[in-house]
Design a protein around this ligand. Structure first.
Ligand SMILES: CC(C)(COP(=O)(O)OP(=O)(O)OC[C@H]1O[C@@H](n2cnc3c(N)ncnc32)[C@H](O)[C@@H]1OP(=O)(O)O)[C@@H](O)C(=O)NCCC(=O)NCCS
Length: 168
């Protein structure tokens, strides 16, 4: 049964390999950074993700503290999800509170829908009563994931659809 786990060194190699897979479509610089990790860099990557939930951890300008969750079925990594603990003006336009990604080999089996469903109570615990989610206007799969989880379309800005999803 698939469930969230905190990032672990055991799964980190699969996270990197999924980002390298054809059709990964992992987002921009962040996806590229994961894909380029060497084996020796994996423990540091996992430690940075754990530290990213803490307010005082170092992070690039404009980045906010985030909780990182990996979706796995036992030892099999399936996908990842990130909860940003607050919005900046930029995240309010694009990005939103929650981002997710499913490894190409595990798509179209309901993983993203299940992952977002499982993330909503966690977001509520983290103080987010209504989560902003955005997706590209042509990202049909992501739109369905959001709508299946109660997302209400607010508007379209900068080529992105913006939805509010109640977490409680
Ligand atoms: C978008 C993404 C997360 C979907 O993951 P997934 O696990 O395949 O999604 P699900 O299996 O839960 O499918 C959700 C819905 O989208 C549909 N769907 C999935 N992939 C699709 C595709 N390529 N084209 C059209 N519909 C698609 C499914 O049929 C399902 O529809 P239904 O609820 O009506 O049955 C995954 O494709 C991905 O990681 N893409 C790259 C990163 C990304 O775009 N992240 C989201 C950023 S907002």
């Amino acid at each position: 049964v698939a469930a969230f786990t905190s990032p672990t060194i055991d799964l980190a190699g699969q996270v990197r390999d999924a980002a390298r897979a054809p059709g990964s479509d992992s987002h921009g610089d962040y996806g590229a950074a994961i894909a380029s990790l060497t084996d020796a860099e994996l423990p540091g990557y996992v430690a940075r993700l754990a530290a990213d939930a803490l307010a005082d951890s170092p992070r690039p300008v404009g980045f906010v503290p985030s909780a990182h969750l990996w979706w796995a079925d036992g030892a099999q990594y399936l996908g990842r999800l990130q909860i940003r603990l607050r919005l900046t003006p930029h995240l309010r336009e694009v990005g939103g509170h929650i981002g997710y990604y499913v490894a190409p080999a595990h798509r179209r089996r309901g993983n993203a829908t299940a992952m977002l469903r499982a993330a909503l109570p966690i977001a509520l615990e983290l103080g987010i009563e209504c989560a902003l989610l955005t997706c590209d206007r042509d990202n049909v799969a992501s739109r369905r994931v959001i709508e299946a989880n109660g997302g209400l379309l607010q508007d379209s800005r900068a080529g992105k659809l913006r939805f509010w999803v109640p977490t409680g």
